[in-house]
Design a protein around this ligand. Structure first.
Ligand SMILES: Cc1cc2nc3c(=O)[nH]c(=O)nc-3n(C[C@H](O)[C@H](O)[C@H](O)COP(=O)(O)O)c2cc1C
Length: 187
């Protein structure tokens, strides 16, 4: 059974990111995956300051909610990263979360992330590729650097208002199908 950790990086509860990720989760769950959803807006995740305690075999020096998430990441086979576009980048919540992946860049912890699959879900108000492409590349390059493997990307443009994505059932259906495909990707 594939173990999936789905991360909602929008601070807006019940927003478009959460709806999109929920559809993926629904599909994955229906296809037999075990899925846990975490909402970064409900957690305290501090910035990484590069102290590199984690590279010297010590725990992360930041005593916050990331301490509980590292084991969840290690125990998952697939991670779903969901974020809206905020100023041509991910949200500050998602950026802080990914910054803390420096933890996995040290020799001791690299095996906790290497080879895991990563799916990316992005929503935005505009529709231009120039707007969302930097966000997708941010994930591709950062997660690729950590030797994660791409497992699918969905970008839904034209959704500004909270819940606007509900007016695009075919895109939600696509997210559902992606979730089903993820469930079949467990190592
Ligand atoms: C601080 C902020 C910055 C944003 N920047 C952009 C942007 O650069 N381009 C864009 O298309 N939409 C931008 N948006 C709109 C959001 O991407 C859009 O409303 C999205 O649906 C929000 O997702 P959510 O409902 O999951 O929070 C921005 C919204 C906020 C609040």
């Amino acid at each position: 059974m594939a173990k999936i950790l789905a991360v909602v990086g929008s601070p807006r509860k019940g927003g478009n990111t959460e709806i999109l990720v929920s559809k993926m989760v629904e599909g994955a769950g229906a296809a037999g995956a075990q899925v846990e959803v975490i909402r970064l807006g409900e957690l305290q995740i501090r910035e990484c300051d590069g102290c590199h305690a984690c590279w010297r075999g010590r725990p992360c020096s930041k005593k916050d909610d990331m301490q509980g998430i590292y084991p969840k990441i290690a125990a998952s086979e697939i991670i779903v990263f969901g974020t809206p576009v905020y100023w041509y980048g991910p949200t500050a919540l998602m950026k802080a979360f990914i910054d803390r992946f420096v933890y996995f860049n040290g020799e001791a912890n690299r095996s906790m992330i290497r080879g895991k699959r990563a799916a990316v879900a992005v929503v935005l108000e505009e529709t231009h590729e120039q707007t969302w492409r930097p966000v997708v590349e941010f994930f591709e390059r950062s997660l690729g650097y950590l030797e994660m493997k791409p497992a699918g990307t969905i970008v839904v443009g034209g959704v500004g208002e909270k819940g606007a994505i509900l007016k695009l059932p075919e895109r939600l259906e696509e997210a559902h199908r992606l979730g089903i495909a993820l469930a079949g990707e467990g190592r």
